[in-house]
Design a binder for this molecule. Structure first.
Ligand code: PEP
Length: 250
């Protein structure tokens, strides 16, 4: 059995005050949900604050992005080693906003995946199709290509120690959540495709759904056989919504 994981991606949001309020507001629910892993990915500048706020509760945290470089003349970057030093467990990689606004190719995503694992963090590998790709029936080809790019570089066994987040681009931040059937179909396809390469990986890897998850939609999504929790953007900034989503994963 895979443990459900509910992860908040705060994107470029927060103040010192709102970060403290948010963590205080969700910690009781996170602690009470003993069969659910709860994590947040704050903007890098809030990582130390979050590390302090979660020191005595069960909330884990991660980065939204890291560099492939560990140190040196790379202005503006944050290395996985730095993030790890503050106690982070995860780093997102390949989020559609990074692919779209920062031109991160599959090759860059694969290099970041390796850097994240090499330095002791768990990559949360985001994949998913655009609306046009869904409408032209290439969803499964798109997610396979995105996964293959990482597997070709890191090897299939590396996926034993990662999280996959299936995030249809058309559902991210749009309010258009995939139906539980649409999401389950793709999750099942990903797991079957992985099983052809490694049954161990397919059985073990948590596959999260991401895209406009709300408290109202969480339970049904998370009750699908191949959906192991959610990567949550907008609703992760709202205490009641995020608590409802954690409860939906119990
Ligand atoms: C995300 O940023 O990964 C995400 C799923 O955002 P939202 O929940 O706002 O669609």
């Amino acid at each position: 059995m895979r443990t459900p994981l509910v992860m908040g991606n705060w994107k470029l949001n927060g103040t010192k005050e709102s970060v403290a309020t948010l963590i205080k507001g969700i910690e009781a629910a996170a602690d009470a949900a003993t069969n659910v892993e709860v994590a947040v990915c704050p903007p890098t500048i809030f990582i130390e604050q979050v590390a302090n706020l979660v020191a005595n509760n069960s909330i884990e945290f991660g980065a939204q992005d890291v560099s492939t470089n560990v140190e040196g003349a790379y202005t503006g970057e944050t290395s996985p080693v730095m993030v790890k030093e503050f106690g982070a467990k995860y780093s997102l990689v390949g989020h559609s906003e990074r692919r779209q606004y920062h031109n991160e190719t599959d090759a860059v995503v694969a290099a970041k995946f390796v850097a994240i694992q090499t330095h002791g963090l768990i990559p949360v590998l985001c994949i998913g199709e655009t609306l046009e790709e869904r409408e032209t029936n290439v969803t499964t080809t798109v997610v396979e290509t995105q996964l293959k790019a990482v597997i070709d570089v890191a090897g299939i066994d590396a996926l034993e120690n990662c999280v996959i987040a299936y995030e249809p681009v058309w559902a991210i931040g749009t309010g258009k959540v995939a139906t539980s059937e649409q999401a389950q179909d793709v999750h099942a396809h990903i797991r079957t495709w992985l099983a052809e390469q490694s049954k161990v990986v397919a059985e073990k890897v948590q596959i999260l759904y991401g895209g406009s998850v709300k408290a109202a939609s969480a339970k049904e999504l998370f009750s699908q056989a191949d959906i192991d929790g959610g990567l949550v953007g907008g609703a992760a900034l709202m205490i009641e919504e995020f608590v409802g989503i954690i409860e939906g994963a119990k």
